[in-house]
Structure formats: structure tokens, C-alpha cells
Design a protein around this ligand. Structure first.
Ligand SMILES: Cc1cc2nc3c(=O)[nH]c(=O)nc-3n(C[C@H](O)[C@H](O)[C@H](O)COP(=O)(O)OP(=O)(O)OC[C@H]3O[C@@H](n4cnc5c(N)ncnc54)[C@H](O)[C@@H]3O)c2cc1C
Length: 388
């Protein structure tokens, strides 16, 4: 088994580092430390993504017919690693991560032509409309209705925790089309334009004081029947495949590695202030990050072989999400009381990043399927254990 990257992948990594050194301002600190990104940063992030699009790096692993470069999955992974390590403002695109891949598998030729190129050109943002107040882990219990009426469907119901719903132009919606069928068999997937009459969006602010997710209400929202993706009432299968794409894209070990490097450099500078046991926690996290990286590479390799990872994706998601929480806790322990200071305070170490991440990562073991649910997936699909 050869764990090395190919020479062309290493050359690409060097190219990316040179690009980032030239494009990111010397004072660039990255997004996650910011409570509300100031408008000048949003403008910069937009310009930065335009540069990525020009280079053909946004969605590079997609087929050329949809605007991608047919790049290998490993090249895409090198790109993701370098962007995360340098905290580049790539944004997170649900379109690239799971809506697009699901449309490639299940969409009509017209849907592919209409929706895929704007994703790769970063022209349309998507949100994901799965969860409801009474349906999260038990997603098949969702109640939002889509009723056929001539050439249209009429949508009624409520979604919750819709990340980026306030920015998105398009929604990837799971709705019930046959209430009489067993719950997994009466669901269908749709594309919804988020500016349709009858849609209202209410913000939910998280404990890290960020407005990322929302409640979305549908009141007699009419969409063309051609917005149905795949077969009516077969949506659960499509949704499960899209969830596997989602779970492979959540863990970001390269970003953790950057935080550990920053903490190690802080510990070197303040050796008199930090007791040895607290310094050694950084070592434990480094070991775990190496293991998480190997798990993520394995999923990348499976994808490069044309396979859709399933329990392996849950493995990466569970370990990665819990590791993020441990990395943040290690940071809090290492920085001591000062670590609670926020960005803008002159005594705040590492720009107040650790306190923010500590609050932010609480949700990582819930988003994209909870750790408990992912462990059940590993138990049944990975080990063949009985469900009950
Ligand atoms: C940051 C963030 C972003 C999100 N973004 C989106 C989004 O964009 N779109 C979207 O649709 N949703 C989104 N979600 C919602 C997310 O998918 C759900 O929160 C998640 O699936 C859990 O559902 P729930 O909140 O209803 O919790 P519940 O399902 O009510 O779970 C509550 C607790 O019970 C446990 N539990 C439930 N069932 C079982 C079981 N069978 N076995 C063992 N334990 C169980 C859970 O693990 C959890 O600890 C987001 C959530 C977060 C935190």
C-alpha cells in the first residue's frame, strides 16, 4: 500500500500554496473567528471565489460537460486540504457537496443542464430542506406535503435548521407525496426557487452568535411539476445517497491541523504560562488528526474508484465531528481564562478563535446526522449488527 501522493498532486499542492500566498492578504485570519463577517470581507470572499472559478478549481472533479475539469478525487482532496489549512474564504457550497452529485445521478438531462453549470460557476447558492420540527433523526417522518395539481405541485409545511436558507436562490426539498404509503415510500425530492410566493424565512441565531440557519414556512407554494427530481415517491433512496455525500464532506481535518499548529506555536511562545499536562493534550489531538486524515483519504480513494461510500462516510463524520470538539476543548484548556476573550479584545489569544470554535463545534455532532444515528449506521451497514 502506497500512502504517498503522486508527483503531479504534490506539484498541484505547491501551485496552490503559491496562489494562496499571492491572493490572501498577509493579515488574513479566516472566517470562523468573525461574529458577523463585515461587508468588506464578504466582497473579498466573493472575489476570491471568482478567482477559483477562473482557475477551474471550483468543482474541479465534476465532469467537463457540467463545467468541471474531470480532475481526480485526490486532486480535489489536495485542494480542499490547502484551502482549509489556510482558512481561505471558499465558502461552503451545498450545491457542490451533495445537491449537484445527487442531480447528476437522478436529474433529467434538462435539470442537469439548468442547475449544474451555475453551481460550478458559483452563481447560485443552494440550501437543504430536510429537517422539520418533528423530523430530524427520524427524517422519514417528515410531514411537509407536495400535492400534484395539474402541471404543478402545491407545497405546504415547515422546515427547520435550514443552513443558508436566507441566502439561497434554490432549495433541495424533501416532501411527502403519498401520505397513505409507508413513511419511507411516500417521499419525493424537488427543486424549489426560494423566492416563490408563499415561502417565508425566519432566522435562528446559534450559540456562537451566528445567523446561519433558519425556519422556512411553505404556504400553498406552487412549483412546476418539472421540478420533481427522479421518480415520485422514490425520494427516500435519493435522499439517502445525498446524505452519504454530505457525511463525507463534513469532517475537515486540515482545519483542525491548522488550529493545533497555532496552539503549539502559542504554547512555545508562552511556555512559562502553560503547564506540561495541558501542552501534552495537543500531542493527543495531533495523533487523532493523523488517524482522521487516513480515514478521510480512504473515503476519497473509494470515491476515486467510482464507489459511493456509506458506512465509511458515517465513520469519517462521527470521528471528525467529535474530534473537532476535542480540538476546541484542548484549545480552551491550553489558553486558560484568556481563551474566553472575543475577537477585538487586545488580550484575546489567536483572535478569539478558540472560544468561538468551542461554541460552534457543539453542533457538529448534530449537523448532518447525529453521532448516535451515525453509530447505528456503522453498526448495521458496517458490522451487520441487528437494528434492535
Ligand atoms: C449546524 C446545523 C446545521 C444544520 N443544517 C441543516 C440544513 O441545512 N438542512 C436540514 O434539513 N437540516 C439541518 N440541520 C438539522 C440536522 O440534520 C438535525 O438537527 C439532526 O438530524 C438531528 O435531528 P433533530 O435536531 O430533530 O434531533 P432529534 O432527532 O430529535 O434527536 C435528539 C437526540 O436523540 C437522539 N436520537 C434520535 N433518534 C435516535 C435513535 N434512533 N438512536 C439513538 N439516538 C437517537 C439523537 O442522536 C439526539 O441526541 C442542521 C443542524 C445543525 C446542528
Amino acid at each position: 500500500m502506497d500512502f504517498r501522493f503522486a508527483p503531479e498532486e504534490n506539484a498541484f499542492r505547491t501551485e496552490l500554496r503559491e496562489f494562496l500566498a499571492a491572493e490572501l492578504p498577509a493579515s488574513w485570519e479566516g472566517w470562523e473567528a468573525l461574529e458577523t463577517p463585515p461587508p468588506e470581507h464578504e466582497g473579498f470572499a466573493h472575489q476570491f471565489r471568482r478567482r477559483l472559478v477562473e482557475k477551474g478549481w471550483f468543482g474541479m472533479a465534476w465532469p467537463r460537460e457540467f463545467g468541471g475539469q474531470n480532475a481526480s478525487i485526490m486532486r480535489q482532496m489536495v485542494f480542499n486540504e490547502e484551502m482549509a489549512y489556510h482558512r481561505a474564504p471558499t465558502g461552503f457550497s451545498m450545491g457542490l457537496a451533495w445537491v449537484g452529485p445527487a442531480l447528476m445521478l437522478f436529474g433529467t438531462p434538462e435539470q442537469k443542464q439548468r442547475y449544474l453549470p451555475p453551481i460550478v460557476h458559483d452563481e447560485e447558492e443552494w440550501c437543504t430542506l430536510y429537517s422539520e420540527p418533528g423530523a430530524g433523526s427520524d427524517l422519514a417522518a417528515l410531514q411537509t406535503r407536495a400535492e400534484r395539481d395539474g402541471d404543478e405541485y402545491v407545497i405546504n409545511g415547515q422546515k427547520i435548521w435550514t443552513s443558508g436558507g436566507h441566502r439561497a436562490r434554490l432549495g433541495w426539498l424533501a416532501a411527502r407525496t403519498d401520505p397513505a404509503a409507508p413513511k419511507h415510500k411516500g417521499i419525493s425530492m424537488f427543486v424549489v426557487e426560494m423566492d416563490r410566493p408563499g415561502i417565508s424565512i425566519r432566522p435562528l441565531v446559534n450559540m456562537a452568535k451566528m445567523h446561519e440557519f433558519n425556519e422556512v414556512f411553505f404556504d400553498n407554494v406552487r412549483i412546476p411539476a418539472s421540478n420533481l427530481v427522479g421518480e415520485e415517491n422514490r425520494g427516500w433512496y435519493q435522499l439517502a445517497v445525498a446524505l452519504d455525500f454530505e457525511r463525507t464532506s463534513v469532517a475537515d481535518t486540515s482545519g483542525y491541523r491548522r488550529l493545533i499548529d497555532d496552539l503549539a506555536s502559542y504554547a512555545r511562545e508562552h511556555r512559562d504560562r502553560i503547564a506540561r499536562p495541558r501542552r501534552l493534550q495537543v500531542v493527543e489531538r495531533l495523533i487523532e488528526i493523523e488517524a482522521a486524515t487516513a480515514l478521510a483519504y480512504r473515503v476519497g480513494w473509494l470515491q476515486s474508484q467510482g464507489k459511493v461510500p456509506n458506512y465509511e462516510a458515517s465513520l469519517v463524520k462521527t470521528f471528525g465531528a467529535e474530534l473537532g470538539q476535542r480540538v476546541a476543548l484542548t484549545g480552551v484548556n491550553l489558553l486558560g481564562l484568556r481563551g474566553q476573550l472575543e475577537r477585538g479584545d487586545r488580550w484575546a489569544p489567536l483572535h478569539g478563535r478558540v472560544a468561538r470554535l468551542y461554541a460552534f463545534f457543539v453542533s457538529s455532532t448534530i449537523a448532518g446526522g447525529t453521532s448516535e444515528v451515525n453509530r447505528s449506521v456503522i453498526a448495521t451497514r458496517g458490522l451487520g449488527l441487528p437494528r434492535e
